[in-house]
Design a protein around this ligand. Structure first.
Ligand code: ARG
Length: 357
């Protein structure tokens, strides 16, 4: 039995059950709920009772302060299965999910520069785009860009790793990845070269439509993450990149359509372009798995050799998220012809499934 402060004896189950069984409420003080949710009336209910739209506590305290809403394509899914309606809550420095999962895995997307050729770009600083990778095909040198996702996974474009009649671009051992690189052929103490153990191109990649132009590369050995080699944040599948938002393109591709690749990593600012408009501008070749970005007046764009590289967008805290993978365009930097990028949000679960990242 439980002894009340007024010496009355009540059953043990009366202790902390949310009812004043003693008459002086002494069976309802000093209540804790190890591993469970404590209601305002001190009752203990399971953690999953919180915000499930049922009054499990009896005083409704498990249903107040709930930010969670019905899950949809427009809500962020917290790890506990609940959803919140805040736009792009991940890694914004505020805990929005009750389980904190919107602020987990946020060691990404920052650089030495809180920055805020590519055609129309300028030289990047050392360590400014620490997720940028240069992919070299043995014997041919720089071919494509890629982004660092973790200490052993890179993300690039599927069209970079398709066999041609002459080159077996799908063979992992023929590739070399340069991380922490700023100037081609100029390696230093923070540049790392790795072989590639495995290439996973998306099985729905379509070389005629360029749909699902995305591929993963696994490095043969892990790299140490440093100030010069850091992953970019992956947006959840419901992350929203509004049109008009500024984004950055980076790469060692040609700085003129038909020109030569550059030695110094180039960067340029572009804007996310409305998909419907882009689809019209590009002869209805833009699918829902693509994202357009560019400068409608022309002059700024990714070009040959930039493919596979990142389209980086900063969030409210200046943390960069991978909005796109450089994929294709109508020429380069032409007026009313934005660049087309693989829409990374569409492949979030595929990346998770293949890499665990
Ligand atoms: N497909 C090109 C490559 O293999 C890059 C295309 C980007 N073009 C553009 N106009 N945005 O490197």
């Amino acid at each position: 039995m439980f002894q009340c402060n007024n010496n009355k004896c009540v059953s043990n189950t009366s202790h902390c059950n949310g009812w004043d069984d003693c008459g002086d409420n002494s069976d309802e003080i000093n209540c804790t709920c190890p591993g469970k949710f404590q209601c305002n009336n001190n009752r203990c209910v399971s953690n999953t009772s919180q915000c499930d739209s049922w009054d499990d506590c009896g005083d409704n305290s498990d249903e107040i302060n709930c930010t969670s809403v019905v899950c949809s394509a427009f809500t962020f899914h917290c790890s506990n299965g609940l959803c919140i309606s805040k736009l792009n809550p991940e890694c914004d420095g505020e805990q929005d999910c009750e389980d904190g999962s919107d602020e987990a895995n946020c060691d990404c997307g920052t650089s030495l520069y809180s920055s805020t050729r590519i055609v129309g770009g300028r030289g990047a600083n050392v360590g400014e785009w620490p997720w940028q990778v240069s992919l070299h095909f043995k014997g041919l040198g720089h071919m494509c860009g890629a982004s660092v996702l973790s200490d052993r996974w890179l993300l690039t474009a599927a069209h970079c790793v398709q066999d041609t009649t002459v080159y077996k671009l799908s063979q992992a051992h023929k590739w070399e990845a340069f991380l922490g690189l700023q100037v081609q052929n100029q390696t230093n103490e923070w540049t790392v070269k790795r072989g590639v153990k495995q290439i996973i191109a998306h099985r729905y990649y379509n070389r005629y439509t360029e749909d699902s132009d995305i591929a993963l590369m696994e490095l043969d050995t892990r790299v140490s993450l440093t100030q010069h080699i850091r992953p970019i944040c992956l947006p959840s599948s419901t992350y929203f990149f509004p049109s008009g938002q500024e984004a950055w393109i980076t790469g060692w591709g040609t700085t003129l359509q038909g020109g030569a690749a550059t030695a110094i990593l180039q960067k340029a600012e572009v804007k996310i372009i409305n998909s419907r408009l882009c689809n019209i501008l590009l002869n209805y070749r833009v699918t829902g798995n693509m994202l357009c970005a560019g400068v409608l007046s022309g002059g700024v764009d990714t070009c040959k050799g930039d493919s596979g590289g990142p389209l980086s967008v900063a969030n409210s805290r200046g943390r960069f998220f991978l909005a796109g993978v450089t994929s294709w365009g109508k020429g380069c930097a032409r007026i009313y012809a934005p660049g087309v990028y693989t829409r990374v949000t569409k492949y979030r679960s595929w990346i998770k499934q293949k890499t665990g990242v």
